[in-house]
Design a protein around this ligand. Structure first.
Ligand code: FE
Ligand code: FE
Ligand code: ZN
Length: 277
């Protein structure tokens, strides 16, 4: 069975969020570790976290994903900015461990003029400092669209970070369909070719999660603008091939599509489930 969900907010608590996911027809979801723009994290309630885990197990959820604030820049040139990213990510890994959420997804950062190589070295070094034995969470590097000076916009760039990480058991990839399409990987006309490239360069065993988003712009435009499934440049037929692909179909999929109402995610989850063969 397809594992799919959407991005949710834990504002009413972790258990409440899991119940909302269930009501939407989801069996996985993603949420921000803290305010996505800022740094403030609510104190973790261990009993709420335990209640969420019991609920997820009882309802046979696939693994859920915690997303780092997207404003962090782990490879920033400015020392305070990079140190702030490290502080937040280190704390988030402790929170994930306490919540028993297995995966922590982050954007590898923007090199802002330092050059891609320096960005890669800095992000990998940060991972090596925070992947300690105090936590058991696996970090997932999100594939990026290559907007501006983003690193992680090519499979080679993602692999260059991964191969520098000492704890190979604690690092993986979250593939965002909008981002890879924007980065120039044509998942509409050559899904097999793109996945073969991923396997050759990174290895499909590193792929742990999929962000399922349509894209507002054409392939290779490097513009990170998501669209609802079927309404963008990727389109329903391509999503049907994606969710049924033998290399992908058992992974958890998470929608990050633009909708105002939660109910629209219920419809979109049903739509994607309807694409499975
Ligand atoms: Fe993201
Ligand atoms: Fe994403
Ligand atoms: Zn995006």
């Amino acid at each position: 069975m397809l594992h799919i969900g959407c991005h949710l907010s834990p504002s009413d608590g972790l258990l409440s969020m899991a119940k909302t996911a269930s009501e939407l027809g989801a069996d996985t979801f993603q949420f921000f570790s803290r305010n996505p723009r800022g740094s403030k994290a609510k104190a973790l309630d261990p009993s709420d976290a335990a209640a969420m885990q019991a609920y997820l197990a009882e309802h046979r959820f696939a693994p859920v994903l915690v997303h780092a604030p997207y404003t962090l820049n782990p490879c920033a040139g400015k020392a305070e900015t990079a140190e702030f990213a490290e502080l937040v990510m280190r704390d988030d890994l402790m929170r994930c461990t306490a919540m028993r959420t297995p995966f922590y997804n982050f954007h590898p950062g923007s090199h802002v003029g330092q050059g891609e190589r320096v960005g890669i070295e800095k992000t990998a070094a940060l991972l090596n400092r925070i992947l300690t034995d105090e936590t058991d969470t696996t970090v997932l590097i999100e594939t990026m669209s290559g907007q501006g000076s983003e690193i992680g916009g090519t499979f080679e760039g993602v692999q260059a970070i991964i191969e520098r990480v000492e704890r190979q058991d604690r690092v993986g990839v979250c593939l965002d369909t909008c981002h890879v399409f924007q980065a120039g990987y044509d998942i509409v006309n050559d899904l097999d070719g793109v996945l073969n490239a991923f396997d050759r360069i990174i290895g499909l065993q590193k792929l742990r999660f999929i962000h399922l988003n349509d894209a507002k712009f054409a392939c290779g435009m490097h513009k990170d603008r998501h669209e609802a499934i079927g309404l963008g440049q990727i389109g329903t037929d391509a999503f049907s091939r994606i969710v049924n692909h033998p290399a992908l179909k058992d992974l958890p999929f998470c929608l990050e599509t633009p909708h105002d109402q939660l109910q629209e995610y219920a419809q979109e989850i049903a739509l994607v489930r309807g694409l499975t063969k």
